[in-house]
Write a protein that binds this ligand. Structure first.
Ligand code: CMP
Length: 300
């Protein structure tokens, strides 16, 4: 591998700027260029899982950089500070000086070191004069951070709207938001299976699920309830060691559940006893219909 020719960071310093500083890194560009960059990022197998807004922000902040024939754009083994899209010219990819492949225009590369914090897995060298679009690592990280913060804010607001958690003190709710996982299910997928052990609690953030249960004399489980956004299930696992008393099956595509495990719940919200007394207090505030629902769910 030769000398690294990665562009040096531009003049803005994101680390010292407020959280949404990547706005300052926006570089105006033609709509047609934005479309080509967006498609290139979407085509990359590692970048395509990013959210649309993240890709959009990345495209906005990319800037142009040219390389001369035989110049190294990336050097294997070095830290990576930039993500690239090839716009014009030809690039070769080498590993340990062995040529692996060449790259066609509108291909994104250099994503691995940026996404996974590893050193460059290959060298990338200009075969002829090359034009690229570049995204700085700090800007990429700021975009990711901003999305994570926005997501947390959405989760916090949503959890606050869930009746069970409405009176939870702010610090506990924040801890819960920090620790929760998000899971997605498509129609027909099982979130919980009857009879299995489980120690996770779910709140539906989007979509509907069916609650089904096996009963004596019936081979196939019967639908005993449907739950939707704001409803929760799996709460029994938080207060007892019983196995799951019903199946929970996604009733549409893209059901989004916020998932909290027992350990997290203990550490953030409190002990079983605290939870039980909280639930008791909560039940006291419910309307008769709500109480029936809770009784049904806790007798599952
Ligand atoms: P990164 O490791 O950050 O820097 C080198 C880049 O080369 C790497 O990300 C990929 O984008 C690209 N790369 C690595 N291995 C291959 C390969 N076998 N074929 C094509 N591109 C590769």
């Amino acid at each position: 591998a030769g000398v690294s020719a990665e562009p040096t960071s531009r003049t803005y310093d994101c680390s010292s700027l407020p959280k949404f500083c990547f706005e300052k890194a926006r570089v105006p560009k033609d709509v047609s260029v934005k479309k080509l960059l967006t498609d290139a990022l979407h085509k990359n197998q590692y970048l395509k899982r990013l959210e649309l807004q993240q890709i959009k922000d990345m495209v906005e902040c990319m800037y142009e950089r040219s390389y001369q024939e035989r110049e190294y754009v990336i050097t294997q083994g070095e830290p990576g500070n930039h993500l690239f899209v090839l716009a014009d010219g030809k690039l070769d990819v080498f590993q340990h000086n062995k040529r692996l492949t060449s790259m066609t225009v509108w291909t994104a590369f250099g994503e691995l070191a940026i996404l996974y914090n590893c050193t460059r897995t290959a060298s990338v060298k200009a075969v002829n004069k090359v034009r690229t679009w570049v995204l700085d690592r700090e800007v990429f990280q700021n975009i990711m951070r901003r999305t994570a913060e926005m997501r947390q804010e959405q989760h916090r607001n949503f959890l606050r709207s869930v009746s069970l958690l409405a009176n939870l003190p702010e610090d506990k709710l924040s801890k819960m938001v920090d620790c929760l996982e998000v899971e997605y299910y498509d129609k027909g997928e099982y979130v919980i299976r009857e009879g299995e052990e489980g120690s996770t609690f779910y709140i539906i953030a989007q979509g509907k699920v069916k609650v089904t249960q096996t009963s004596d004399g019936h081979k196939t489980p019967r639908v005993i309830n449907t739950l939707q956004k704001g409803d929760y299930f799996g709460e029994k696992a938080l207060i007892s060691d019983d196995v799951r008393s019903a199946n929970i099956v996604a009733d549409e595509n893209g059901v989004e559940c916020l998932v909290i495990d027992r350990e997290t719940f203990d550490q953030t919200v409190g002990t079983f006893e605290e939870l039980q007394s909280y639930l008791k207090g909560y039940v006291a505030t419910l309307s008769r219909d709500d109480k029936k629902r809770l009784e049904r769910s806790s007798s599952r």
